[in-house]
Write a protein that binds this ligand. Structure first.
Ligand code: ATP
Length: 235
């Protein structure tokens, strides 16, 4: 098999610990030029591509060739017990500011525990998965990127639904970010509309109570006036 990774950014290194067949801490340094990973069938080459996709925010266990996210954690061999978590970190050279962050070097890391709990970090600071998606948006990398083309992927792209194919073209045309922002704005707008409806409901309810309350207020005022008069007369 072969893995083709087309990027604008320069990847410096990838570290795996407990990810699939990589039980030991393993570091791959990507030096200038092309890096090829060679090994017999089943030795874990595709696991490296899976680790890259995973650390950049992949959420589908199926596209990582598993049935659930826990499958990415080293599950032990005859001689070695399973690991409690999987961790991958990728270091990128960002001197050309391809990623919208003011750092020359960016490290993105992800960790998942058997409990399903996940941790995401950008330059060692905890972040949300959303931040990782936004970081890679429109770079061709990340969850919706087309930069990692695995075995059978071309067939998949050609036979995919037209909307899925459009997604790939959107990402290539650098408009995913705008589409995403538009969707987010539309979601917020819908939420605001819901809030307005609720406010309308509350206003109607308060409006209904207003007339009886006015009546009661008038009565109370009159009572106070009459009581003053009564007291005066008694004195
Ligand atoms: P090919 O060239 O045939 O596609 P490959 O070198 O790409 O092979 P991979 O598919 O990356 O190999 O690796 C498969 C190996 O990874 C299998 O031996 C499998 O047992 C191992 N593996 C996958 N998930 C785990 C896991 N969670 N724990 C331990 N080993 C795992």
């Amino acid at each position: 098999m072969y893995i083709s990774v087309v990027i604008f950014l320069y990847f410096k290194s990838l570290q795996l610990h407990g990810f699939k067949s990589f039980a030991d801490k393993t570091k791959l340094d990507f030096v200038d030029g092309v890096t090829a990973v060679v090994g017999p069938n089943g030795s874990g080459k595709s696991n490296i591509a899976d680790a890259m996709r995973w650390v950049m925010g992949e959420m589908s266990a199926k596209s990582l060739r598993g049935s659930k996210m826990e499958d990415v954690i080293f599950n032990g061999t005859d001689k070695r017990s399973p690991m409690a978590y999987a961790e991958v970190a990728i270091v990128m050279d960002n001197r050309d500011r391809s990623l919208n962050m003011d750092y020359d070097e960016i490290t993105v890391s992800r960790r998942v525990y058997r409990s399903g709990e996940s941790e995401y970090m950008i330059n060692k600071a905890a972040c949300r998965l959303k931040d990782i998606h936004e970081l890679f948006m429109d770079t061709g990398l990340g969850r919706d990127g087309y930069s990692i083309i695995g075995q059978g992927k071309i067939d998949e792209i050609l036979s995919a639904k037209s909307e899925d194919r459009r997604h790939i073209f959107d990402e290539a045309a650098n408009i995913t970010k705008y589409r995403y922002k538009k969707e987010e704005a539309e979601r917020k707008l819908a939420q605001t509309n819901d809030n307005l409806l609720r406010i309308d409901d509350i206003l109607t309810e308060i409006g209904n109570n207003l007339t009886p309350l006015e009546h009661q207020a008038k009565k109370a005022k009159k009572y106070l006036e009459l009581r003053k008069v009564q007291k005066k007369l008694e004195i």
